[in-house]
Design a protein around this ligand. Sequence first.
Ligand SMILES: Nc1ncnc2c1ncn2[C@@H]1O[C@H](COP(=O)(O)OP(=O)(O)O)[C@@H](O)[C@H]1O
Ligand SMILES: [Mg+2]
Length: 301
Amino acid sequence: MRSNRSTFSSIDRSRHQEGDLPVATVTGLALDVIFPMLHGPYGEDGTMQGLLELANIPYVGCGVLASAVGMDKGMMKVAFAARGLPVCPYRVVLRHDWAREPDRIADELEKALQFPMFVKPANLGSSVGISKAKDAAGLREAMVLAGSFDRKIVIEAAVPNAREIECAVLGNDEPDASVPGEIIPSREFYDYEAKYLDEGSKALIPADLPKKIADQVRKLSIEAFKAIDGAGMSRVDFLLERGTSKLYVNEVNTIPGFTTISMFAKLWSASGVEYPVLLDRLIALALQRHADKQSLRTSIT
Ligand SMILES: Nc1ncnc2c1ncn2[C@@H]1O[C@H](COP(=O)(O)OP(=O)(O)O)[C@@H](O)[C@H]1O
Ligand SMILES: [Mg+2]
């Protein structure tokens, strides 16, 4: 199936360096749908999605707004809290302000959140630049590290003895949630080493949870997806406090890992949606969302 509907050649390339953007690579091709398998800034944060909107090409997954909100840990928490979802206590600090008043800010953070705290660059992922600060000296180091990756830093109270629960969401305006899974990190928390370098982290699918909590995870996953105005797919990650069973929505990943062994695909497989069917569903959802948008009026006459 090919269409002449849209080509990248309609984009003004003179503004870009050759090789800067994938525009040059695909120029002239008529594309039916794009499946962005990209992570982090310029892939998952709405910029690529904006390019595809301009080119009027259907694409899999979240649109510009949901991608940008899902990338920004500060704005994501605002969206979750506005929908009444449980988020852990947090603060957002600009690197600019930290550089001017570190003592005052450190004091405020300690009063508001107490140690240990998680300190994160607002827009990144893969645990890059994230530290667990256990004391005042650790907090200073963590703020400098996070501030080297982003102008905006998110500081959170650590959820004690957190279990890491993940749930996959699929759909557009009527999304479904998969069975929940659990990650057992090989290290103190699910940092970069535990995610990509150590072999020791494990995934349990489905997570060993009482039905009541599993149902709550699925319900909150759909709510979190709706809170960012998601489309197509997302993986919603939770922190579950051992002992109290208090559940916090940690984040939405709008382009989750997508190999056959990634959590997203495995969660759907455990929920009865095998990988080939999952891919077909995602492509169909992309085409449906695009068609839906094409049907909108763009003028009042
Ligand atoms: N508030 C918190 N309490 C306990 N653990 C946390 C908290 N925030 C983050 N973590 C740990 O750090 C990891 C990475 O943080 P996360 O916010 O998921 O960033 P990323 O987008 O890089 O995955 C989490 O998987 C978890 O292990
Ligand atoms: Mg994460």
